[in-house]
Design a protein around this ligand. Structure first.
Ligand code: SAM
Length: 335
């Protein structure tokens, strides 16, 4: 939680609730500070409950409070205006809602996750977690919610990850597990020669075409498939953004070997991941993400050296790491 206005806040249940109730949106629309009773009335909540929630948000530095004629009035801090209101171009509203409604239910079983060393879909949602993407995509609504979650962070740091290395020499790009197309859009925006194929599971491709990537975007195309089972499109560069962190080392190497085989000579692979320090001493956000991977997936967050080993095991060379100073960093390997 907190930060400078340039760093999005970390998830906490209390302000997720304020977000879901629409506190930050209401304060942003009203253009002036508001009393707790007025906010409670507009958002149809209990006044005492709202007062306590607003006070907690003040403590978290997400709201400011002033006394006017003996009464507390509240207004948005800059951080909330940028990240917590729905209409902001850098809004994390969808992510926050997903955290609140889905991810926290898995975190509720963190003790079991640590004891058992596996994700908690079965306990949290009563669905088999053998194939955790099957569990995650258990309805069309859930597919869309997950895609919105994935999409939102790239409004904040999408450009940083596609410009960390000069990718202008790669014309044919395949975004493996490209999801909502946010990274593909950043690639075509940044590199005028780039043509990007988004490869993802059929139901994700369908939703991506329907909700995220317009048909006029003629430098972005789609290919449906399962990247463990089906042939991969031929490309000069394979982008794997937040893909390897979902999987065990064994599955990562299996996938990277496939990528290496499909890759054009002289081509490469770009990993986009949140990187742990080499000694795992931080950053805190990534340490928490790694626990999140435990409760939700088969994977983990890794250090640069751990990714380097996976890439080398799959035959990639000249591996370089580029930190962006934001949430996600990049690693480029060459065939
Ligand atoms: N790259 C996107 C991003 O960073 O926003 C999405 C990352 S998301 C954690 C993982 C993506 O991999 C999802 O879009 C998911 O549908 C896709 N995926 C998972 N298993 C897959 C498989 N077997 N074949 C193809 N895509 C898969």
């Amino acid at each position: 939680v907190g930060g400078s206005g340039t760093q999005p806040p970390r998830w906490r249940r209390d302000y997720c609730i304020a977000c879901e109730l629409g506190v930050f949106d209401l304060l942003s629309q009203s253009k002036q500070s508001m009393r707790a009773a007025e906010i409670a009335h507009r958002l149809k909540t209990n006044v005492d409950g709202m007062e306590r929630l607003l006070a907690a948000c003040v403590g978290l530095e997400l709201l400011h409070v002033e006394m006017i004629e003996g009464e507390a009035v509240y207004y948005n801090a800059e951080l909330s205006r940028i990240y917590l209101t729905r209409s902001s171009p850098k809004s994390l509203f969808q992510s926050i809602q997903y955290n609140s409604q889905t991810i926290y239910l898995c975190w509720h079983n963190l003790t079991d996750a640590v004891r058992e060393g596996r994700n908690q879909y079965e306990r949290a949602f009563g669905v088999s977690s053998k194939d955790f993407f099957e569990a995650l995509y258990r309805s069309e609504e859930e597919v869309l919610k997950f895609m919105e979650l994935m999409n939102s962070v790239w409004n904040i740091c999408g450009r940083d990850v596609v410009t960390a290395f000069d990718l202008s020499t790669f014309e044919k790009i395949c975004d493996l597990g490209g999801c909502s197309g946010a990274i593909a859009k950043q690639c075509v925006l940044t590199y005028p020669e780039a043509m990007v194929t988004i490869f993802d599971l059929p139901k994700v491709v369908e939703m991506s075409k329907k909700h995220f990537v317009s048909a006029e975007e003629n430098r972005i195309s789609f290919q449906e498939g399962d990247f463990f089972r089906d042939p991969l499109p031929v490309a000069d560069l394979y982008v794997l953004a937040r893909i390897l962190h979902d999987w065990t080392d064994e599955k990562c190497v299996e996938l990277l070997i496939k990528v290496n085989k499909a890759c054009q000579p002289g081509g490469g692979v770009l990993l986009i991941e949140a990187l742990l320090n080499e000694d795992k001493s931080g950053p805190l956000t990534v340490q928490l993400y790694s626990l999140n991977m435990l409760v939700q997936t088969e994977g983990r967050e890794r250090s640069p050296t751990e990714y380097l080993r996976l890439l080398e095991a799959a035959g990639f060379k000249d591996i370089q790491v580029q930190r962006t100073g934001k949430l996600y960093d990049t690693i480029l390997g060459r065939k």
